[in-house]
Design a protein around this ligand. Structure first.
Ligand code: AMP
Ligand code: FE
Ligand code: FE
Ligand code: ZN
Length: 279
């Protein structure tokens, strides 16, 4: 067991675009000496019924989390939700809206690929995701790799699926404001995910004027030098500073579990907030 307290607050299971089951994620976290974890699948909390049960049996602190997709001025922005009430109607509604948004968008992306002469069907893509999980561009990209249309996922994004590329479809957007409001309605904490990946400074500027509760200051294996200004911005605002690896299993093999984390104080604050949620 590691001496320092570390809790990884940004991980993906196979209920979105990770390759591990919720149980495998918890086992792996324990193996790595982590003392807390949040599974933050894209736009779904489908991993949680199983994950809560497994974590409880092992007495392992698991903090509820979700990574919501939004967009501002055509730039993709991710928002982490933590310590909310998983039974909240507002959160369940938001996840359901995303499911519908993705269903429409994926089918438009597939239609574009078909128009480009690539043989691909919705059924084939649907077969690649766990029953109720989130389906998205990574699943379409993997299928393109499997079919030999591209050599890897990176090429799938740079040629077809990335913003502005041949088969890119933005689709319906669920706004930043609506996302933050739903998180707060569920008594959760809204955190700006990986701010260092936001390309345009005026997008971040807008976010900093909104009622967020925190910034993900520690991210994956990004250097302390790059993280420092974001940590400073959070400090100035009196916001939470969170951290996590963005572990996706074999889908992003360069991103190991536990490469970034939060300390005991931050984890305890969030975990106790979650424990105070109505049953
Ligand atoms: P979606 O949620 O369907 O819009 O897909 C976005 C997800 O695709 C991100 O969360 C990443 O996990 C993944 N992704 C984005 N860009 C790339 C890339 N260039 N290579 C591989 N995966 C990517
Ligand atoms: Fe992802
Ligand atoms: Fe993200
Ligand atoms: Zn993520």
């Amino acid at each position: 067991m590691s001496e320092i307290f570390r809790a990884d607050l940004h991980t993906h299971s196979y209920f979105s675009d990770g390759t591990c089951s919720p149980e495998e994620l918890i086992d792996l976290a324990k193996e790595k000496g982590l003392q807390g974890l949040s599974i933050t699948d894209h736009d779904t909390q489908e991993a949680y019924p199983r994950a809560f049960l497994y974590a409880k049996e092992r007495n392992f602190p698991l903090l509820p989390g979700i990574e919501f997709s939004t967009s501002h001025r055509k730039e993709s922005v991710h928002i982490l939700c933590y310590a909310h009430n998983p039974k909240s109607v507002a959160i369940q509604k938001l996840c359901a809206q995303h499911k519908e948004r993705r269903r429409e968008r994926n089918s438009l992306i597939i239609a574009r690929l078909q128009k480009l002469g690539i043989p691909i069907t919705e059924e084939e893509v649907a077969g690649r995701v766990k029953s109720f999980g989130t389906m998205g561009r990574p699943h379409i990209g993997q299928l393109l790799v499997q079919k030999g249309v591209v050599s890897d996922l990176k090429e799938a994004f740079s040629r077809y699926l990335g913003e502005g590329k041949a088969a890119y479809v933005e689709g319906v957007i669920i706004s930043l404001e609506e996302t933050v409001a739903s998180i707060h309605e569920a008594r959760g904490k809204a955190v700006i995910a990986h701010p260092m990946l936001i390309q345009r400074s005026n997008v971040l500027k807008t976010l900093l004027e909104m009622p967020f509760d925190g910034i993900e200051g520690y991210y994956a294996e990004i250097s302390a030098e790059i993280e420092a200004p974001y940590i400073e911005k959070a400090r100035k605002k009196g916001w939470l500073i969170t951290g996590g690896s963005d572990f996706h299993g074999l889908n992003k093999a360069h991103n190991p579990l536990g490469s970034s984390w939060v300390d005991h104080k931050t984890f305890t604050f969030l975990y106790e907030h979650y424990l105070s949620q109505p049953a």
